[in-house]
Design a protein around this ligand. Structure first.
Ligand code: SAH
Length: 251
């Protein structure tokens, strides 16, 4: 007796949608998302699509109608609730566009709960295109099968970030001038955490002193070489996820 094929198939496309999902309401997808489903993934009625709403979690939906600019889907099966992600914030200084795009994408894949961009004296870029950032994060979440989107905070000045810092959260400061080895610092510090990473030109002396003077800050080293900001953000997150995040065995 041949096995019944799994439904939804693992190859089913994934999409975040604006509306809250339920089995009682059809979902109408328009524009680029419809184009992606109809023309790129070439879905047709009866096909499965995985939908997420960043509220109820992940649903298997069935294509009801598939047009070039409009696709109708009916959620059928609730697959997973919105997942808990480690309580980790990445606070990266703005970088040149392509490099910051990489930070947004990798922070999403690596499981950041929140991305809080900062602007510092030596930042080359001083603003962030919020719509573009949302698109990058959403596409990365779809690709890595997250059911929870990372929150992206408005760009903040470093002094405001430090002033308003929540006292219970460790502020790990990636300092190329030296600090505790990252793996040690992350392994021994329980609880909510954040990683602060500087821009292409680094923090200036005043900024570095202000960060180090903050009661929640812990200067950490990511090794003996000078990493680019995007490398430091990605490497630092990976070490944190391995030491304190969700790469640990469940039990
Ligand atoms: N001051 C550097 C440029 C900054 S590197 C230079 O002389 O060229 C960009 C950012 O990456 C730094 O601000 C720091 O947050 C982080 N970083 C780079 N290398 C690091 C290391 N070895 N350890 C910890 N953080 C590092």
């Amino acid at each position: 007796m041949p096995a019944t094929p799994a439904w939804p198939p693992k190859s089913a496309p994934r999409l975040f949608v604006e509306q809250e999902l339920s089995a009682n309401a059809a979902v109408q997808v328009e524009g680029n998302q419809a184009h992606y489903l109809a023309k790129v993934m070439r879905v047709s009625p009866g096909d499965a699509v995985i939908l997420c709403d960043d509220i109820t979690g992940e649903w298997a939906a069935e294509v009801v109608e598939a047009g070039k600019r409009h696709v109708a889907l009916q959620p059928k099966q609730h697959l997973r609730p919105r997942e808990p992600v480690p309580d980790f914030w990445l606070c990266p200084a703005l970088l040149k566009k392509d490099r910051f795009d990489l930070v947004l994408e990798k922070a999403t894949e690596l499981g950041a709960a929140r991305i809080a961009p900062i602007v510092t004296r030596r930042c080359v870029a001083d603003k962030l295109n919020a719509d573009r950032a949302d698109m990058i994060i959403t596409e990365a979440a779809e690709q890595c099968a997250r059911t929870a989107l990372p929150e992206i905070a408005p760009v903040a000045k470093l002094d405001a970030l430090l002033r308003d810092w929540p006292q219970e959260r460790h502020l790990f400061f990636a300092d190329e001038e030296g600090g505790e080895p990252a793996a040690d610092a992350f392994c021994y510090a329980e609880g909510p955490a954040a990683l602060l990473v500087g821009p292409e030109g680094g923090f200036d002396d005043t900024e570095r002193a202000a960060i180090r003077a903050h009661p929640a800050s812990v200067a950490i080293s990511l090794g003996p070489r000078i990493l680019r900001g995007e490398t430091a953000a990605i490497a630092g997150m990976a070490v944190w996820m391995a030491e304190a995040g969700d790469w640990l065995d469940e039990d």
